[in-house]
Design a protein around this ligand. Structure first.
Ligand code: AMP
Length: 189
């Protein structure tokens, strides 16, 4: 099973991905987590992306595609992959199709978590207070949201056309959202 958890920042993608990892043993591939780890390690890559991330911009397609390619190689034989925060552009979406195809597999499902912007802002304000993630401050978060609306949301028709897109109400409790995600996984395309 290869699935994308799709949605704006703070929609709950990471939370739901972790639940799927526990339940099914899939591997979560979060480009945001990978980039934060690169920064924490002080690597050259980490230094290169720091400013863009802090400003709420998108790092280059090439960088994130390479990260995903590496992780697919390192997790050969996994029961499935959950793409979290990737793809964010049409270029990334097309590259993902190719990466999977070259490994004899394909994308099975795209699950969109639908959350309205007021709720996203409320969640991220809380996360900012609790975790202090620099890019969660209100001004940067607004920039991230704009990037999502501009560059990432347009991928929805790309996946809808293929019949693999499902929508889940992301405003419900974590448990209820998980039930919706599980149901969406079981449906045949
Ligand atoms: P996230 O935790 O997924 O919200 O990612 C945090 C930040 O990392 C984003 O605001 C971007 O600057 C960068 N980032 C993560 N994933 C991607 C991606 N697929 N494409 C471009 N930039 C990304």
């Amino acid at each position: 099973m290869n699935l994308i958890l799709f949605g704006p920042p703070a929609a709950g993608k990471g939370t739901q991905a972790k639940r799927l990892v526990e339940e099914h043993g899939y591997v979560q591939l979060s480009t945001g987590d990978m980039l934060r780890a690169a920064r924490a390690s002080g690597s050259e890559l980490g230094n290169r992306v720091a400013k863009i991330m802090d400003e709420g911009g998108l790092v280059s397609d090439e960088i994130v595609i390479d990260l995903i390619d590496d992780q697919l190689n390192q997790n050969k034989g996994a029961a499935g992959f959950i793409f979290d925060g990737f793809p964010r552009t049409l270029g990334q979406a097309k590259a993902l199709d190719q990466l999977l195809e070259s490994r004899g597999t394909k994308l099975d499902r795209v699950i969109r978590l639908v959350v309205d912007e007021d709720q996203l802002m409320a969640r991220v304000t809380k996360r900012f207070e609790e975790q202090g993630r620099k890019d969660d401050n209100p001004a940067t978060f607004a920039a991230r949201l704009e990037k999502y609306n501009q560059d990432t949301a347009p991928l929805l028709p790309f996946y809808a056309e293929r019949g693999i897109l499902r929508e889940v109400d992301g405003m419900a409790s974590i448990e209820t959202v998980t039930e919706g995600v599980e149901k969406a996984l079981k449906e045949t395309a």
